[in-house]
Design a protein around this ligand. Structure first.
Ligand SMILES: [Zn+2]
Length: 110
């Protein structure tokens, strides 16, 4: 996945936050598979469930809260989840050119 350099995410130096969210999603998938594979092992079940719940909770919380507008503090992910189609909100986030709340973009300061 490559995020274009002229996007709002790039202008606000927040591309790394999307990378952390993707890594969290992958960790959640791996921990879910680990949890499912341990269903017959009572000794490991608690640990694998904790890993799955912990990584999933972290990833959801991070994804919803990490990306913020430096101008108004708006967190656009929740807005995009509510207003875009389920298969389109990630692409929309990655291609934002302005803050969807206040319209801030780095071109205002060039
Ligand atoms: Zn804003």
């Amino acid at each position: 996945m490559q995020i274009k350099s002229e996007t709002w995410l790039a202008a606000t130096n927040q591309r790394w936050k999307v990378v952390v969210a993707v890594c969290g999603g992958l960790a959640t998938l791996v921990s879910f598979a680990w949890f499912v594979s341990s269903l017959d092992d009572d000794g490991a079940l608690g640990r694998t469930l904790a890993a799955f719940a912990g990584s999933g909770s972290f990833t959801v919380a991070w994804t919803l809260s990490a990306v913020r507008c430096p101008s108004c503090g708006h967190r656009p992910v929740w807005r995009l989840l509510r207003t875009e189609r389920a298969d389109a909100w990630v692409a929309r986030l990655l291609t934002l050119e302005r803050c969807p709340s206040c319209g801030w973009s780095d071109t205002q300061f060039r």
